[in-house]
Design a binder for this molecule. Structure first.
Ligand SMILES: [Zn+2]
Ligand SMILES: [Zn+2]
Length: 183
């Protein structure tokens, strides 16, 4: 099985076993499969930019860098599309050894940044994405997006507790019982 096809693979043949050598590289990738959590992620076909510094160490290649991508999903409150620009840092050692102690290894003459980039991005994604911090969600009665409809309300109260309160106010109007000031 070859790993060379991955667009996230970077040749390190010029750095291998030459501690102290260092090189920077940028990759512009069109993500093939997409990745993320259940509610938001980098979609298939989205552009992923990677700026990486590759440093040759005694036991492998240290890859440090940043990933720039846009995650797309839906606001968990109002279901509007959410587009979230991300800039995520990563740093991992790709070891020469195949020992299980290392999560990542140099494959032949290259490193595959894909699992590192995916893990870093997925960790940075919100589990409850919102279109904006003060999103009011949807009207529980008719489903309109409340931010688009300021002052939106219905004739009949939505909440049965409010209905009870409204009835009480009707009955006691002009003869209001104890309120907060008596506490
Ligand atoms: Zn929203
Ligand atoms: Zn409504």
């Amino acid at each position: 099985m070859s790993h060379n096809k991955s667009p996230y693979a970077v040749s390190v043949i010029d750095l291998m076993h030459r501690p102290g050598e260092m090189r920077e590289k940028s990759l512009d990738i069109t993500e093939v499969d997409g990745f993320g959590n259940a509610v938001i992620g980098v979609r298939q076909g989205s552009e992923v930019r990677i700026d990486v510094r590759l440093e040759s160490l005694h036991d492998g290649i240290l890859a440090s860098g940043t990933v720039d991508a846009v995650a797309e999903g839906e606001c968990v409150r109002c279901l509007t599309d959410v587009s979230l620009p991300l800039e995520v840092e990563f740093q991992e050692l790709f070891a020469y050894s195949e020992d299980e102690a290392f999560d990542y290894t140099v494959h032949e003459d290259h490193v595959d940044l894909e699992p590192v980039v995916r893990d870093a991005v997925v960790l940075a994604l919100p589990f409850q994405p919102v279109c904006q911090e003060d999103c009011l969600g949807l009207c529980p009665q008719c489903g309109v997006r409340l931010l688009d409809n300021p002052g939106h309300q219905h004739e009949a109260p939505v909440d049965p507790r409010w209905a009870a309160l409204a009835g009480l106010e009707g009955l006691t109007e002009g003869d209001r019982p104890a309120d907060d000031t008596d506490l």
